[in-house]
Design a protein around this ligand. Sequence first.
Ligand SMILES: [Zn+2]
Length: 495
Amino acid sequence: MKTIFRAALCFILACSPAAVKGQLSKVYDVVLSGGRVIDPETKLDGIRNIGIVGNRIAAISVEPLRGKEIIDVTGLVVAPGFIDLHVHGRSNKEQEYQLHDGITTALELEWGIEHLKEWYASRTSKALINYGASVCWPFERFRSMDKYKNGVEHLRQVTLKGESKLETLFNVIGPSYADTPTSEENSITLSNIRKSLEDGGIGIGVPIGYLPKTNPEETFRVYQLAGELNALIFSHVREPGLISIHEAIANAAVTGAPLHLVHINSMSLGKIRVALELIQAANKKGIDVSTELYPYTAASTLIQSAVFNEGWQEKLGMTYGDLQWVATGERLTKETFDKYRVSGGAAIMHMMKPEWINTGVSAPGVMIASDGMPFSALAHPRTAGTFCRVLGKYVREDKVIDLPTAIEKMTLLPAKRLEGISPPMHRKGRIQVGADADITIFNASTVIDKATFEKGLEFSQGIEFVMVNGVFVLRKGKTVNEVFPGQPVFGKFKK
Ligand SMILES: [Zn+2]
């Protein structure tokens, strides 16, 4: 309500005769001229000129504006920069694919990141787009066990060198999943989580699907802490299927922890309609639960993970031939599966139906998030194409949703979801006076993903300009070299 009032006030002030005169005589750093501006919060959808000063939007006007630099964006859509709540790449290698997909803020919230203080420091003045991460519960749990102190230190050294990777984390902490922490270790985990929140973590990543044997009491204690602190939990639930979704919602309900369920498509599979109904019903009861999906019919993860523990075929409704090995593109057999399960690496899992994805994309309130993987030439195409695929396939070609609704799912909804845990997010996901100048400009009639399961990663097409904090990182479809305007996004407990 407050934000709408503020937006309306800005609108009134911006339109008063004195304000209009002021706007016209002022010279802005950059003017984006003549584009179709879409702001999902104020429902603006019209031709406007935008004036930018420094890192903020300073004017939105139907009258022409004067600028040190004027970019003609006639015929293009001017939208808030896309916000991706769920990425696993931690470097500029992945960020370049993301910015060609229109993303201006990419956050690792499902898993979170270990040694957050050192990791945030390692990215300072080096990132193409905005970055941030949640506290990694599996790491804080690992850190609570004295016997792993060498592993903890090893990961710290890797982070200090700026070389931290999800796969390294996986391999180092993997052995701890079989441990049952003592009650003392559990309380150390909770105090570790508090400390990492103070290092800037955006909520708590609880990918329990990778530690599915976790004692329910242990999980409950983490939710209890989140409820006490009002810290958002991001969960990849225990197992695919409704029972695990029930478990997560029940924990949120009894502890008051705000909860975001990641990739509802691969967690609910053929039960996506019921899963969304459960979330809606929870919301009606005042339980704070949200969700997201990526627009592909295949999932992807590391083959050595618990997702492929005994019984995976029945749980996931798939078999060896539905698995594609990322390193080579080959489909697996029992023999190659057994071999790679030991050696480790990423697999793509072809296991969903197109109708399930349509259901998720069109459902009100469901956000778009990529679950983009660490770079590898044949990584899951969602790593490079999620947002443009929604705009090209689901909006333009298949007409599953309209353009402003799609933009809302990629900008305003994720920004609003994070505002409680990261208040500066109220300046993102919007094209409004005073908002951060994170802006994505694209051609609605050509925008499309280009990455495929067969050919691997490729930049998306149709994103023409991307501005991050007032600085162009993409111009006329090309990456601008040697600019690093990406800023950290922190949680509210940062000290
Ligand atoms: Zn996941």
